[in-house]
Design a protein around this ligand. Structure first.
Ligand code: HEM
Length: 282
């Protein structure tokens, strides 16, 4: 089965010969051109006819970008592609940074208007970190798990555990104790934070292997049994490592989303307050 994640994100930046990069560049060039040549009476700011126009475009773009989460869940195959959607999101998000800056007319201060602008810029800047993660992590995920999905890796681990459980019956003493710890070692770490920081190396597996080898050298375990145990331990160690790495990469994406998405709502709230204040004090 092809790795769905890696296919989904492969080259979203260059989607359809950079179609959305060109759209965003065109938008930005038109916006700058109008900014330079627009016949506004006084200096540029959000309150001129041109400022209002850019403000309306910025809010429209922001709502559209924020609707991504919803669209992502509603999208059906055959409709707008995931790659195209992400590509448009990234490039039009960058265009928004420029359009909203022109909307302000570079008039910044310690007020709710600048706070709304700052909130939006935090979302946009965090977007760049997201691009870096999305552009590298999916390929790392597929390098790590080959063509196997997380569910497949997990079911392989369950099978190895079953076999290991059977052969542990034939051990006793220290090898059995260590073997039980190996059996209990799970691929899935409890929390994503732990997955991010905890070690992927598995010292108990090494200790278990050493103890099996010693028991075999001492004649306490038959050669065939020791070979089976060592083979199963090796398979389990490889699977646990791959699953944990998988978890780690996924944790990175979740942590990033935990910044990008809440700041989206927060900045929209600030923009709402900004718009209310503009009309209230008109
Ligand atoms: C104010 C502007 C922006 C808003 C309101 C916004 C909002 C969002 C939302 C709501 C999601 C969906 C998260 C989810 O539920 O999965 C998202 C995903 C994402 N955003 Fe933004 N974003 C903005 C700007 C940007 C910019 C400028 C970039 C890149 C430079 C960016 C990069 C991304 C990426 C890579 C994703 C993941 C795409 C996916 O899951 O398909 N965002 N954004």
């Amino acid at each position: 089965m092809p790795n769905v994640i890696s296919q989904r994100f492969e080259s979203f930046l260059s989607f359809n010969r950079y179609r959305y990069l060109w759209v965003a560049l065109a938008l930005m060039v038109v916006a700058i051109g109008c900014y330079v040549f627009a016949p506004v009476k006084t200096e540029h700011n959000g309150g001129t006819w041109f400022g209002y126009t850019l403000g309306v475009i910025s809010v429209g773009l922001m709502v559209w970008l924020a609707a991504l989460g919803l669209r992502k869940r509603l999208i059906r195959p055959g409709k707008w592609s995931q790659k195209g959607r992400t590509s448009a999101h990234v490039y039009l998000g960058i265009a928004l940074a420029l359009i909203a800056t022109l909307h302000t007319g570079f008039q910044f201060g310690w007020n709710v208007h600048t706070a709304a602008f700052g909130g939006m810029m935090i979302v946009i800047v965090s977007g760049f970190i997201g691009v870096a993660i999305y552009a590298t992590v999916p390929s790392k995920l597929s390098e790590n798990s080959g063509s196997q999905t997380f569910v497949e890796l997990k079911s392989q681990l369950d099978q190895v555990n079953l076999q290991l459980d059977k052969v542990l019956f034939e051990l006793d003493g220290p090898p059995l104790k260590l073997g039980e710890r190996v059996l209990k070692t799970d691929g899935v770490l409890v929390s994503q934070l732990r997955a991010l920081f905890s070690q992927v190396a598995l010292p108990v597996f090494e200790q278990f292997r050493d103890s099996i080898q010693q028991a075999r050298d001492a004649g306490a375990i038959e050669r065939d049994l020791s070979l089976t145990v060592l083979r199963l331990t090796q398979s389990k160690a490889a699977l646990v490592k791959r699953i944990r790495l998988h978890q780690r990469y996924k944790a990175l994406i979740s942590i990033w989303l935990a910044v990008h998405v809440p700041f989206t709502f927060f900045s929209m709230l600030l923009v709402g307050i900004h718009i209310f204040a503009v009309f209230y004090y008109w």
